[in-house]
Write a protein that binds this ligand. Sequence first.
Ligand SMILES: C[S@@+](CC[C@H](N)C(=O)[O-])C[C@H]1O[C@@H](n2cnc3c(N)ncnc32)[C@H](O)[C@@H]1O
Length: 453
Amino acid sequence: MIKLNDIINIKIEKLTYGKEALARFGEDNFVIFVKGALPDEELKVKITSLNKKFARAEIIEILKPSPYRIKPFCPLYNACGSCQNQICDYDYLIEQKTLILKDIFKNIIDEKLIYPIIKSPKTLNYRHKIQYCARQTKNSKRILLGYYKDNSHNLTNIKFCPTQPEIINSMAQFIRENFPLDCYDEKNHKGLLKNVLFRINSSDNEILLTLVLNLKQDELIDFESKIFKFSKKISAQFKELKGIFINFNPHKTNNILGKETIKILGEDYIKEQLKDKKYYIGATSFFQINPYAAEFLFDVVKNSIKNNSTILDAYGGVGAIGIYVYEKTKKITLVEENDNAILMAQKNFKLNNIENYEILKGDAKKHFINFQKENKKFDYVILDPPRSGCEKEGLLAISKVTDKIIYVSCNPQTLKRDIMELEKENFKPKFIQGVDLFPYTYHIESVVLLERE
Ligand SMILES: C[S@@+](CC[C@H](N)C(=O)[O-])C[C@H]1O[C@@H](n2cnc3c(N)ncnc32)[C@H](O)[C@@H]1O
């Protein structure tokens, strides 16, 4: 039996969903999780934590490296928590992500129906929404912008990130050098600037900047002129900057955004285009982070829909999917709760000359239950919920209003839970197709078509 601090040799069996690789040890195949390892690697490790079911270990020495091991291309890889796997050749990582999907879904979907993950057309400079934390050094008051190191609240100042457009690096540096007010200090809940959010279109020529402040809206007056001056200055420097916003988040919370956002300068939106579809995207409305791979994702949805169908685009955001699949539809009903996304969706349907649509604001579950009560029917329901997935009651209601569900998910674990719930209502998965929206991370986006048997 292994003990804490034991040093042992292991061979990695596979990558798991998350940030770790798995090995088995001894006659009872005791499970050991290790970070920073690849399948088939032989390692000397030290046991760092242990319970009855599994242990965690850290690598002391790589005895036999994987032939797919690469040198991280980002100099900050070990200091920054935002990419979990830059040690693996991209094509091999995609194969491993497919195996992870097969592992997760093996008991509920026939392996032949779990298709190989589609690669991202771009693996660098692909992130088009960036959410930096803002902090300040104690003595010199230098502004730091970046991500937390894995599992910590230690900020890594990211002066260069190869996964985002180059202009964001320059703009972040400008903010470090010119923002006129203090940054937030978690320890005493003082200081103003908590986060800096950038949203940029896929042509890299339109950007929205949101400054998240530790302030209530009515307290802004004391700081308004300094922020306005700063906004003018940064706008003059970057012609790509289309709009600047303030979000008020005076709470001690891990949520980045508070409820209220106001515009300081410029436009309300940036313009995006996927194939022939055009979109306005607001500062606080959702849009896929990797617009290049999003086209592949939306193609999978579109190809699953028969012509002339009525569609419910649930958790529809700015209408991205509904509008993308428009040629296949007779009518689109969009359900969304975020005000800014609703506003953009209204503009987006018009922008794409779509007439037969309906937008319903509010909680998706409540609408699903109403649809059931009203005996509404849809040929297809597209579900694209947040990471937490759908609520049971909502899924049950949805199962009564359609025979075909296209579930788009960024979390295979909640997706599995929800598929199992839908199976109770006789829905069967017809395929699962992963698309790599997040190269060099552990994240897996997938689409499942479910049909009632
Ligand atoms: C993963 S995004 C998908 C958006 C859109 N389908 C797209 O691809 O751009 C999830 C969306 O669901 C919305 N949302 C989250 N919880 C919701 C709820 N309970 N009811 C309605 N919409 C919700 C969010 O505001 C967000 O726009």
